[in-house]
Design a protein around this ligand. Structure first.
Ligand code: HEM
Length: 423
């Protein structure tokens, strides 16, 4: 990091963003931006210019500002720069009509319809299955005394969970896991790999949805999320075939890398804070669940999976935090910076697993607030609690400096998390 925060007579030059050091630890740069350039124009690695919003109050306001559209048609840039929700390949596969790319009234209609199928009750009923999946994955490495918690645990858990919830037959789930893995591995890499994987997923989903639609109402028909989406209606309106495909796609991907990173970043933070982790383990051993829920919210605030909210575009000239933004300019709300704002959080750089006043923005805010938050909480809490209970002396197997972060724009997460424990 080229910045010197203590330069006499001034703040010094703006920190260099999007370097390897930044990917490893972006928080010093965000502290500088919050203080000296809270709404900061920068050139992204893709060459696109965008505004970064880093203060909590500005971020919260921007997330709920109807003048900031999610629809890439409002972007001034050439077509190649459009369609960036953080979900790779969606554009080439014709999957753009989903919640993260649309505004009211279309967004209101789709969100109301999906809410009818993706209910808190459905998620709560799914709890035993998430526990079973978690235990099965841990069984795979528990006797070995070592594991890579990203590849063997955090990566497969959310994809199997969402496949189950959607109603993907068990024999097809490994294919989806592999295609989804290609998307993440190739993210930012060769376009061909991503585009191929997304096309396969699209084709698979379209066929599965078609089969479920044919089968709807038949005796023994599945009561899964896809069938729920096909059935969902509001004032006689249904989701079109394409809308169901795009909805399943966004459910798969909005909940995939995010949950991997919640589990990965969360476990890493716990291993870096042994005293707090020990206290959490004691409360788990005593059968208390309250401290677990509070702890997972703090892990989200402290080092959350979504570094920046997905793209927004100014539909008219507007002002954020005193800075004028021109119509057509892209705006990225930096959740990771907002959630460490000392104006909002007491000692924000400190991990406090018992933190009470914790209205973090890790799941966003406003009409695009994370639809999957109840599922993410269920998976995050089950994964972390089960691992700490079953492998109580879990420890990092490499030096902190040897860990590699992915360095994408929207997401923040580890490539691998090698650990050791007593089998
Ligand atoms: C939206 C975070 C897991 C589905 C969002 C947004 C954030 C977020 C920040 C708002 C994006 C924006 O305003 O630009 C997270 C985190 C997760 C997680 C941190 C895990 C820890 C999930 C899961 C699912 C899901 C498991 C579903 C299976 C969605 C959907 C949206 C969304 C569909 C779009 C909602 C809309 O535009 O109305 N999520 N998410 N997420 N999330 Fe999540």
């Amino acid at each position: 990091m080229s910045v010197n925060l203590h330069t006499p007579g001034g703040p010094g030059p703006a920190p260099e963003l999007f370097t390897w050091e930044f990917a490893t630890d972006p928080y010093p740069a965000y502290a500088w931006l919050r203080q000296h350039a809270p709404v900061h124009r920068t050139t992204l690695p893709s060459g696109v210019d965008a505004w970064l919003v880093t203060r909590y109050a500005d971020a919260r306001q921007a997330l709920a500002d109807a003048r900031l559209s999610k629809n890439p048609v409002h972007h001034d840039e050439p077509a190649h720069a459009r369609g960036k929700t953080g979900i790779p390949g969606e554009r080439s596969a014709g999957l753009m009509t989903h919640l993260l790319n649309i505004d009211p009234p279309d967004h209101t209609r789709l969100r109301r319809l999906v809410a009818k199928a993706f209910t808190p009750r459905r998620v709560a009923a799914f709890e035993p299955r998430v526990q079973e999946l978690t235990d099965r994955l841990i069984d795979g490495f528990a006797a070995r005394g070592s594991a890579d918690l990203i590849h063997e645990f955090a990566f497969p858990l959310p994809i199997y969970a969402i496949c189950d919830l959607l109603g993907v037959p068990p024999e097809d789930q490994d294919d989806l896991r592999d295609w989804a893995g290609m998307m993440i591995r190739h993210g930012g890499g060769p376009r061909g790999g991503v585009a191929r994987a997304v096309k396969r997923i699209r084709g698979y989903l379209a066929e599965l949805i078609h089969r479920k639609r044919e089968n709807l109402g038949a005796e023994g028909a599945d009561d899964d999320l896809i069938s729920g989406l096909i059935r969902a209606s509001d004032h006689g309106e249904h989701l079109t075939e394409n809308e169901v495909v795009a909805m399943c796609f966004v459910l798969l991907f909005a909940g995939f890398e995010t949950t991997i990173n919640l589990v990965g970043n969360g476990l890493y933070a716990l291993m870096c804070h042994p005293e707090q982790r020990a206290r959490l383990q004691e409360s788990l051993a005593a059968g208390e669940t309250g401290p677990l829920a509070t702890a997972v919210e703090e892990l989200l605030r402290y080092d959350g999976p979504v570094e920046m909210a997905t793209w927004r575009y100014a539909t008219e000239t507007l002002t954020i935090g005193g800075q004028e933004i021109a119509a057509g300019d892209p705006v990225l709300v930096v959740l990771a910076a907002a959630d460490r704002d000392p104006e909002r959080f007491d000692q924000p750089e400190v991990l406090d697993l018992a933190r009470r006043d914790n209205q973090h923005l890790g799941y966003g805010h406003g009409i695009h607030y994370c639809l999957g938050a109840p599922l993410a909480r269920l998976e995050g809490q089950t994964a972390i609690a089960t691992l700490l209970r079953r492998l109580p002396d879990l420890r990092l197997a490499v030096d902190h400096h040897d860990l590699r972060w992915r360095g994408g724009l929207i997401m923040r997460g580890l490539r691998t998390l090698p650990v050791e424990f007593t089998p």
